[in-house]
Design a protein around this ligand. Structure first.
Ligand code: MN3
Length: 273
């Protein structure tokens, strides 16, 4: 298995004010792909709606969505929004249990550990020589937590859906057609080197949809983009059922995409750009 923990810090962590990190949590206002992580001192993002430091993605996920506990300053593992077996036969129950209860939980724990270690360094009791290590851990595990929280909500049980309305029109403008988008998205996701993700994102500067590959939980980011749709292509996401057939898993994922959720993120991101 190629799934060793090996985060190289590329997350653009912008912990502007130390007190913010303690009180609000780095991820609470973000929802971006490792971007805009610091909430404003007024508590932006708690409950959703207001933007993070980069001014985008503020309403994609709330602090509650991310399981942020303001009292302890720690993140908790949010429950799956549906039953473990709800996506059968496309995504199997055992994979969902292990993926959510073990892998996602591991990212939450790793994120809390990194936040605690960085706090100790700020307080003078930690080893400042390890700042790069913990920054990498923060980027990797924080990315993992956000990515998976987005990912569970990108899927839903029931009838297969397709994009429509403004999202479909944007897709036709930027990719030519829905089927051309699918071709690009599936090929990019299947071709991720090693462990990573395929993403459909909103790129607010150019005002366009883009498909990106991500390595691990955070590498190859395009700064400032807003995540709309992500497929986890780490082996732990599919190997039990699909073994080495990553494309078969991606095809199955495409059958359970919640396009209404993607449209909500798109309209929120475009509206706040
Ligand atoms: Mn995963």
């Amino acid at each position: 298995m190629s799934e060793q923990i090996d985060g190289i810090g590329a997350g653009g962590v912008e912990a502007g004010r130390d007190a913010v990190v303690d009180r609000r949590g780095l991820l609470a206002a973000a929802g971006g792909l490792g971007l805009g992580l610091a909430a404003s001192a007024s508590g932006a993002g708690l409950g959703g709606g207001r933007a993070g430091v980069l001014g985008v993605a503020g309403s994609i996920l709330s602090a509650q969505d991310l399981g942020f506990d303001e009292a302890s300053g720690e993140y908790t593992l949010p429950a799956l929004p549906y039953a473990y077996n709800a996506l059968e036969p496309h995504i199997d129950e055992q994979t969902m249990r292990i993926h959510h209860d073990r892998h996602h939980a591991g990212y939450v724990n790793g994120l809390n550990k990194a936040l605690a270690a960085l706090k100790e360094i700020r307080l003078g009791s930690g080893d400042a020589g390890l700042i790069q290590h913990w920054s990498r851990q923060l980027s990797f595990h924080g990315g993992g937590h956000v990515n998976h929280t987005l990912f569970w909500r990108n899927m839903r049980p029931g009838e297969m859906t397709e994009p429509k309305g403004p999202l479909l029109r944007q897709m036709e403008s930027d990719f030519g057609s829905y089927s051309q988008f699918l071709l690009h998205f599936k090929a990019a996701s299947a071709a991720v080197e090693g462990s990573g993700w395929g993403w459909l994102v909103w790129e607010p500067v150019g005002s366009q949809l883009m498909v990106l590959q991500m390595q691990n939980q955070q590498q190859m980011l395009f700064t400032g983009v807003v995540p709309l749709l992500g497929v986890d292509v780490w082996e732990h996401a599919y190997y039990l059922k699909y073994q080495n057939r990553r494309m078969a898993y991606i095809e199955a994922f495409c059958r359970v995409i919640d396009w209404d959720e993607v449209a909500r993120r798109f309209e929120s991101a475009k509206g706040s750009a």
